[in-house]
Design a protein around this ligand. Sequence first.
Ligand code: GAL
Length: 427
Amino acid sequence: MHPSYVVAVLAGTVSATAIRRLDNGLGKTPALGWNSWNQGGCDAASASVALATAKAFVDRGLKDVGYTYVNIDDCWSAKSRNSSGYLVPDSSKFPKGMKELADQIHDLGLKLGLYGDAGTLTCGGYPGSQGYEQKDAQLLASWGIDYWKYDNCYTPCNSGTEQTCSSPAGTSQTWYVKMRDYLLSTNHPILYSLCNWGRDDVWTWGASVGNSWRMSIDNWGAWADVVRIASAAGPIAQYAGPGAFNDLDMMVGSPNSSIHPCIGHVAHSGLYDDILVQIIGNGKLTNAEERTHFGLWAITKSPILMGTDMTTLSTTRLNLIKNKGILAINQDPLGNAATTFTPSGKSPPVSGQLYRYWAGKLSDGVVIGLVASDGAETLSVNFADVPDLGSGAYNWIELFTGSTGSGTSVAASLDSHDMAIYKVTRT
Ligand code: GAL
């Protein structure tokens, strides 16, 4: 076994206990990149779209600020394995094969990710890895794949909709561990992204199994989804750390993004019936809501995987996702996820509602997020109320506007659903 492929025991912050982390040397900071699913569903799972995205990463300055992973989601394979039991890329979508595509992406200084599923079928009905885990891990390694998102459809099921079984026969940890071990045994570095939609309290064991774990069902692109996911991320922030992060799901939000109705093939599932409705709502975030979506994902140390056409993304949105100060918070080596804090005199967070006050320790300061979650308002906070700060004067910079100052407090006048993010350092 490669020396770096050990499950190391590291001091964690969870109840001061030691937590075992998968130490495959990867994902020390959250992954930055793109994923095909929210851009175009099955139709965006192609070599041409992946290459166009990779070129846009280079040409539009996204690679320079850290965007690295070009990830192809569901529907990339043929509907059947070959006679030796190996997955086969759909030849109409990948005319030169997957190894050639990986080489081309690598030549651009970027990384290529693929999607698979722990059950008999992927959520879209393509071959799953159940019973073929070793072959699939070996195949990924032979192609030079850098990132593996592993979904949870069609896994052993007691009752309910088989696709997204609500009464599984077993805990998903079993099948995620199995694939982890086969991936490790290839000695090929591959970031392992768990996608069990937050089931089985994945945050309590995800760090020992993968580099990130989806902690919710999908982000369908409406403000209510941002609220639903971010409000659930606050209470589990302590499980994040270098190499192991809560994954709040891929970004949605640009009107350029149009989830293709090809996902009708999974419309029999209750989960996806919702998506078919939400497609119409995709791209309905205001500019303020897009800032908050990006800002909350960044400070909670989620992977940031864009879900829209990177070749046509507007300059405003490009500038938003290239904000170096906010990306530096997301990529801070401490890997500490911001969570909510309750200033004196304020009410504590309410489950399912987006809280106004967020903070988290950085390797070189503290980040504070203020969210106008319920209409336009001026929000202020005394640094003395912020964990890891305390009394005294501090320097601050607001990272969306670049404004700076110093003192014992900050105040932001915010539009509805807008956010301010302060990096605070000692004077
Ligand atoms: C879902 C998953 C999505 C996407 C989709 C593809 O289960 O949460 O992110 O991968 O499957 O079918």
